[in-house]
Design a protein. Structure first.
Lengths: 619, 394
């Protein structure tokens, strides 16, 4: 048994050793696919491991020492994984940058992390890095993956093409064939493997240090223990990778699922083509953030509106049935009763099979929503049409290990039960959720002060989320602690609940509820251009721009209808008394959203102060 | 827009590391994911979906089982299959390559006479060489017709649209005249000559045998040949040549700009199309056994045009459907007097079935062009799209 001998001299298991072992056990199986020139190019485990080794050797040749940071600034693609694993193999630290990060944030992330090498996807990312290179003294080398527009045009000595990197790696391997294995063997579970920069809704992003041990713990709980997909994933499963890999959730669903369980990863071409790629890939495990699920739901609405009458009537009927099935599933926790099973079987023939096929969810056996709160109505829709939907909870600081809904024990509106072996309690005083387990992060990078604020002396991680127990087993999150609104009347209100109820409407993309130290609640509302545009088109309502459409009195009426509907579900003090339309689509580049598309509340209230004040002025 | 990170277009292949196991099958794909193409050959496969395989198997099964039909119907269907071969040929030049040709009847005639002359009785009244084996005269007929096509092609390469249509129309008149006058070959108008003998290594298809009646033998022969020709045409359409044809059809100038040699491909289109026409011509009259030079007139060209317009331009299955439809139409109109008492089966009375038949051609062409330019195949596409897009409309 060669494997056991290898494992002896590499004492600590990492994602890298897992990939290596897979490459030896099943070299010809497919590890990942990426669509290139119209074809899903397959990468076998042997190819994967070969590339990881070459990158690792190249990094050694470039002088990367244990603990050195290497940044990756790219969309999801094969090279992201090769780089990540190559970096971890040589005991470096992977720093992921969001592809949408504007130059100013790139400068901050590169200089704060002190990255020595940057692996940039293409000209766009290289330009950002070169623009701010003066502020990043540690940056020695920029490796670009796509040569278009760079090779032959740029003369910067720091630039290097990906192929060159692999060649350096190959040359280094010729000279020292076992250098990488030796470096891997020295890996300790306390080694920092990656810095995950928090999205930073307030203040600059903080770098969460996750160690090899943290990740191994997360792999055991989330992947092997079925915390993120139950029953646990296997090599028969397919996943679509489309959310930024620098986020802990996508890292778990792509890199860790792939390495630990052999899940075949398929890279979407871009976030815009997710719908089409979903149809092609028909994944079995699908993770999405609320925005994605809301968009899918809105897409169903738009396309049904413009369907022929017979199709529309049929689909509407079966979606009403799905709603009933969803209600029943919510009651039972996700387990079918004979009645729902029969209804679903009939509906499957008429609607659900085709609908799921079109959505790319025909074969989804486990779907999950996380990373932000989501309206229960959205989850119920997916449960109704037969997509097993589970809300999860976790954060970078605890390696995404906290709670998750389990099949058959789902409680809608909660984030589920603590995973096996996770200590979780709710602070009696503040209501804050605290977790403690081996996945708790090693601290914020170069910020011991902030680290001390969130990890207390007993090792409890203060999540910053306010929550409560539901029936003693499940956790319901009220809101982020710092987002809780205390009105002038002294009432505590969780804005995200109201916001999500608003966003569950296909017409509303963004909703920001305001009311801290005010007499009543107001909201800034941004419309969903696709759906409202379609709605306006069918009514013969002409419009030019987003702003023009938002300002139409008819659109205001439409939104008023949604707001009134939502108000009906809440107590008087929690009702939105007035709202204003956002004049533009919120954007990461303009500093209104974080890289993960979360609204920066403080920035919004500052940027649209006149709108907010207008809502509180006496009429 | 910040996302300018398209990945296509970068043709410089990233150096792939050597594969660990070169024998490993590369073109796999996960089960039940018909849209997940992992190689170009899957993307271009002849029968790329299971539905197509099932449909084809069903249709072939029905066609083979149909050999149990009454003999007169079998003869009619066999004629339809031959017409379909001709229609597929016209579809290659007019449908795929977009070169309107009204001269199809001429190429059919060239093929018919080439085959008849080759297999004819050397001692007979008209030219004959006595080579009765089909394996010789069928390809030869096609090649002679293709040669005629190549001779015409230089004209076609210089002309477009209406001008090309008129030139090819001239071809029909020219051919009609030559064939009427060349009595040694054609037997002369009103007399005609015997057609090619459908014999393959001693087996005669045009007489009753141990394997079945004459009609059954001919029916099976034509069915097999149609399948061969249709598959060849489908393969051609998805090949480099087929793509070049489509490029020329869509915009010849654009095609030339992207590097499609216009003259060569237009010549090729005429040659292949004429080859099909020649083979169809050679086979067509083996069923009746006798033919007259007056048959190859403008009406025949128009009938072929009607077949591909009604069936579906630039589709092989459409051409087959159109050919069968047009061939079976007379038979259907003959049933009319039983259904509609005011329609007479007698030519001396008005309205009679023959008048209605002629009027129907025109009417059907007009209706299809107005309401469904993609023909019968277009109707099928609509039905398919309706169910494929369920529960949405797009």
């Amino acid at each position: 048994m060669t494997l056991t001998r290898e494992q002896e001299h590499t004492r600590t298991a990492t994602v890298v050793t897992r990939v290596r072992d897979r490459a030896r056990a099943a070299p010809a199986r497919v590890a990942m696919r990426e669509k290139d020139l119209g074809i899903w190019q397959e990468v076998t485990w042997a190819d994967y491991w070969e590339n990881v080794q070459l990158v690792a050797h190249a990094l050694l040749a470039l002088g990367v020492e244990p603990g050195d940071r290497v940044a990756v600034h790219s969309e999801n693609r094969r090279e992201w994984l090769y780089s990540d694993l190559g970096i971890v193999a040589v005991r470096g630290v992977t720093v992921g940058l969001y592809p949408t990060n504007p130059p100013a944030e790139v400068a901050y992330l590169l200089s704060h992390s002190g990255a020595r090498i940057l692996i940039a996807e293409d000209q766009e990312q290289v330009d950002k890095a070169l623009e701010v290179a003066g502020r990043c003294p540690d940056l020695e080398r920029i490796v670009y993956v796509e040569p278009r527009g760079i090779r032959g045009h740029y003369r910067d000595p720091r630039l290097m093409h990906w192929d060159e990197l692999l060649q350096i790696g190959a040359a280094h391997r010729e000279e020292q064939p076992d250098a990488v294995e030796r470096r891997m063997a020295a890996t300790r579970s306390g080694d920092v493997a990656t810095l995950i920069y928090t999205s930073g809704t307030t203040g600059p992003p903080k770098g969460v240090m996750l160690t090899v041990g943290n990740i191994e713990y997360a792999v055991r709980v989330l992947v092997e223990g079925g915390g993120f997909a139950s029953p646990p994933p296997s090599q028969e499963d397919l996943a679509l990778s489309y959310l930024p890999l620098c986020h802990v959730a996508e890292r778990a669903f792509t890199v860790w699922f792939n390495a630990a369980a052999g899940v075949q990863v398929n890279f979407a071409e871009s976030i815009e083509t997710v719908q089409a790629n979903l149809r092609e890939v028909q994944p079995t495990i699908l993770f999405g953030v609320p925005r994605i699920w809301e968009k899918v739901l809105a897409g169903v609405e738009i396309r049904l509106e413009s369907a022929s009458p017979l199709k529309r009537a049929t689909a509407r009927f079966w979606l009403r049935v799905a709603d009933r099935i969803g209600d029943e599933l919510v009651r039972t926790g996700g387990a079918h009763t004979p009645l729902t099973r029969t209804l679903y079987a009939i509906g499957w023939v008429f609607c659900y099979r085709a609908l799921r096929e079109r959505l790319g969810m025909r074969r989804v056996r486990y779907a999950a929503s996380g990373a932000a709160p989501i309206a229960p109505a959205v989850l119920k829709f997916f449960m109704g049409i037969g997509v097993a939907m589970h809300e999860l909870y976790g954060m970078s600081e605890n390696t995404a290990v906290a709670t998750g809904n389990r099949p058959g024990r789902i409680k809608l509106g909660t984030v589920g039960e603590p995973h096996e072996g996770v200590e979780l309690r709710i602070d009696e005083m503040t209501g804050e959720i605290l977790t403690r387990h081996p996945g708790t992060f090693a601290g914020y990078w170069r910020d011991p002060h902030a680290t001390a604020e969130v990890i207390d002396a007993d090792g409890w991680l203060h999540t910053g989320d306010v929550g409560e127990w539901v029936e003693g087993t499940h956790i319901r999150i009220t809101d982020r602690m710092k987002d809780i609104i205390i009105t002038a009347g002294g009432k505590n209100i969780a804005p995200s609940e109201i916001e999500n109820a608003l966003k569950a409407s296909p017409y509303i993309k963004e909703a920001v509820v305001i009311g801290d130290r005010r007499k009543y609640l107001t909201a800034l509302i941004g419309i969903e251009l696709d759906t409202v545009g379609e709605w306006a088109r069918r009514r013969g309502l002409p419009y030019t721009t987003y702003r023009d459409l938002s300002d139409r009195p008819q659109v205001r009426e439409l939104v008023q209808g949604v707001v009134d509907g939502v108000n009906g579900e809440f107590a008087r003090a929690e009702q939105v008394k007035r709202f204003a339309m956002l004049p533009k689509e919120l954007d990461h580049e303009d500093g209104e959203l974080t890289a993960t598309q979360k609204v920066k509340r403080s920035a919004i209230t500052r940027l649209f102060a006149d709108l907010v004040e207008g809502m509180y002025r006496e009429r | 827009m910040t996302r300018m990170t398209g990945r296509t277009g970068d043709l410089e292949a990233v150096a792939e590391p050597p594969r660990a196991d070169p024998a490993a099958p590369r073109a796999r794909r996960p089960r039940g994911r018909p849209l997940l193409y992992t190689s170009y050959s899957q993307d271009m496969a002849l029968l790329d979906t299971r539905a197509k395989k099932v449909w084809l198997a069903l249709l072939l099964g029905v066609a083979i089982l149909s050999s149990g039909l009454p003999d007169d119907l079998l003869i009619l269907l066999a004629g339809g299959y031959v017409a379909a071969i001709g229609a597929i040929g016209l579809n290659i030049v007019t449908g795929y390559a977009g070169q309107v040709s009204l001269g199809h009847a001429f190429f059919v005639a060239v093929g018919a006479y080439a085959a008849a002359a080759l297999s004819g009785d050397p001692e007979g009244r008209v030219i004959g060489f006595g080579i009765t084996n089909m394996i010789v005269w069928l390809p030869a007929a096609g090649l002679v017709a293709a040669l005629a096509g190549v001779l015409v092609a230089p004209l076609a390469a210089r002309l477009r649209g209406l001008y090309l249509a008129v030139v090819t129309l001239g071809l029909v008149f020219l051919g009609e005249h030559v064939f009427k006058e060349w009595d040694d070959l054609t037997g002369g108008p009103g007399v005609g000559r015997p057609a090619a003998v459908p014999e393959l290594f001693g087996f005669r298809f045009d007489v009753d045998s141990a394997l079945g009646t004459r009609a059954q033998s001919l029916y099976m022969l034509m069915l097999v040949l149609l399948v061969v020709f249709a598959v060849a045409a489908r393969n051609l359409a998805r090949s480099r040549i087929g793509r070049a044809f489509s490029a020329i059809r869509d915009r010849d100038i654009a095609a030339e700009v992207i590097g499609v040699p216009l003259t060569r491909y237009k010549t090729l289109a005429f040659a292949i199309s004429s080859f099909y026409a020649g083979c169809a011509g050679a086979l067509m009259y083996t069923i009746t056994g006798f033919f007259d030079p007056g048959s190859f007139n403008l009406l025949m060209s128009v009938q072929f045009i009607a077949m591909i317009l009604i069936g579906g331009v630039a589709t092989v299955s459409g051409a087959v459907a159109g050919a069968l439809f047009i061939t079976l139409l007379p038979r259907l109109t003959q049933e009319l007097p039983a259904l509609l008492p005011f329609v007479s089966g007698d030519t001396t009375q008005t309205p009679n079935v023959f008048q209605i038949q002629v009027a129907l051609y025109g009417l059907l062409i007009v209706l299809f062009l107005v309401f469904e330019p993609r023909g019968l195949f277009g109707l099928w596409v609509r039905v398919r799209a309706y169910w494929k897009s369920w529960p949405f409309s797009y």
